[in-house]
Design a binder for this molecule. Structure first.
Ligand code: AMP
Length: 257
């Protein structure tokens, strides 16, 4: 699902909301309804363009991945949050220059109109150069969801941490897939949702690290940056981000929040 205001994305409309699910045929109708409701009730305003695409994915094409371990870094405010993000990215092997550029793009609004993109920035982990061919769209991760039997069990496990919600479940699934995709070194994300200021950094080395303040409350700006090294083309990289994946719970439990 993708929704925009001021016309379709491809005609310059600004991005309002997006989402993807990977579900059995019996759930399609209900899940489509859920996504449409998400678009219509989004805090950023009412869309005037809404596109839902439904496609069959053969079961044998679906891979299973186990969720990244989750942790949290306590920070007092946005400045500290951003500097902790840069520090973790540097530890993950991203150049400081690239990490700082990524933070600056998300803070200023990474799309050419100064708003949010529909997808993610693809950034060279060494130079900080943006590699995506369409800077309004970026690259999109799709065909990703939780294994239906695993989500309720994961929610029970993390309920005491206050993160047993759809937003964290979706973000963890996406980050797990991104981090496991060849060429990715790390990911930085904060939401474009004005009411949600928590973001994360994800990498193989650190897992999924939540940072409680990465943006100002009320700001409609946010986005994702996928830091890459050694990819042959962005198109091939995006194809890999779109192979079907269902998420399982982390194998060894370490919810060190
Ligand atoms: P959200 O966490 O849903 O508020 O999304 C924050 C930002 O992440 C959006 O503005 C997009 O730029 C980006 N984004 C959201 N969904 C995806 C996706 N499936 N693939 C790539 N980027 C995404």
């Amino acid at each position: 699902m993708r929704a925009a205001a001021g016309g379709p994305h491809e005609a310059g409309g600004s991005h309002i909301s997006g989402g993807e699910r990977l579900v059995p045929p019996s759930e399609v109708e209900f899940r489509v309804q859920e996504l449409v409701r998400r678009a219509l009730l989004h805090e950023k305003g009412e869309p005037d363009f809404l596109c839902v695409t439904v496609e069959r994915v053969p079961q044998e094409a679906v891979r299973s991945l186990s969720a990244l371990p989750i942790s949290k870094r306590d920070v007092r405010d946005l400045e500290e949050g951003r500097s902790v993000a840069v520090e973790i990215l540097a530890e993950a092997g991203i150049s400081r220059e690239a990490a700082l550029r990524a933070v600056a793009w998300l803070a200023q609004g990474p799309a050419p109109d100064g708003g949010a993109m529909r997808g993610a920035i693809v950034m060279d982990a060494d130079t900080g150069e943006r590699l995506e061919s369409d800077p309004a769209r970026g690259v999109r991760v799709s065909r990703i969801d939780w294994h239906p039997d695993e989500l309720p069990a994961w929610q029970d496990e993390v309920r005491h941490l206050g993160i047993a919600n759809e937003r964290v479940a979706e973000a963890l699934a996406l980050a797990t897939k991104v981090v496991q995709t060849p060429g990715t070194v790390a990911e930085l994300c904060w939401s474009d949702d004005p009411g949600y200021v928590t973001g994360y950094v994800a990498s193989k080395r650190h897992g999924y690290v939540r940072i409680p303040f990465l943006k100002e409350r009320g700001s409609p700006l946010g986005g994702r940056v996928f830091f890459v090294r050694g990819i042959s083309t962005v198109e091939e990289y995006e194809t890999a981000l779109q192979t079907p994946v269902l998420l399982r719970r982390e194998e060894k439990k370490r919810h060190d929040v």
